[in-house]
Every structure is written in C-alpha cells, then in structure tokens.
Design a protein around this ligand. Sequence first.
Ligand SMILES: [Zn+2]
Length: 151
Amino acid sequence: MFFVDRMLGKLAKKLRLLGFDTMYINNIKEEAILQLCQQTGRILITRDKTLHRKAIKKGLKSFLINSEMWRDQLVELSKVFDLRKKDKIMMRCSLCNVDLVISSNEQIRKKVPLYVQETQDVFYTCPICGRVYWEGTHVQHIFEEFRRLGF
Ligand SMILES: [Zn+2]
C-alpha cells in the first residue's frame, strides 16, 4: 500500500501497527524509489518536495508530509487516507512488515517474561524476525495513542 521515505521511520512503524502494508528502506536511491512505486503501485509518502514532484510527474501517487512528529504525520495522512481499519490492528510486524501469526503458549514460553505468560493468553509472532507481540501495557499504550488521534 505505502512506500515510506527515509526520515519517516517512526511513521512507517505506526502504519504497520495500524495494519498497513508499509515498505521502508533506509538506503535507497531516488530513482529506485520511483521505480519501486511504479512497479508495485505503492503510494509514496515523503517529506522531500523534490522527490514528491518527480513522483507526481511520473504519474505516481505521492503524499507530501509537512509535520516533523509522527503523531502529526498520522493526522496529516488520515485527512487523505482512511486509517481506521481497526480489525487489522496489531496483525503486522512493525519491523518486517509481514503478517503476524497466532502462537500457542508452548512456542512463546521461552521468549516472554514470566509475568507476561501469566497475564496474557494470546500471543502473536513474526515469521521472519521471531519477535513476539502481545496486548500488554506497551501495546495498550500505543492503542491509547491511536485512540487519542481518532483511529
Ligand atoms: Zn518481524
């Protein structure tokens, strides 16, 4: 869905947590970004006016971000894109941009702290990096942020 330009790493992670397929590559040349968006039909999200103009010229979908903070950036985006796909929240790894899979307690037992095992029933893991997600305080904090922003 999105290709998020450098300098917008935090925004990319939040978009993934909101469930959006978000590509973010740190070291990539402008030409490669434009080519990638052309090939995949992804919407470019950038703070770079020149890159934004180039993308529009090529007939690509591009969104220019003005804000510096990820909260404001999300609000900017939400004016153009519907970011309220609540059913998909927390189903994507914020690092790898792939769908998480539900794991049994046996699989995650060794990976999470004991207090988490005792308080949580459902765990999700990333099939690529193996990171374990659960709806603990950290995630609740993110959810509250999202709610405050209106998602
Ligand atoms: Zn991952």
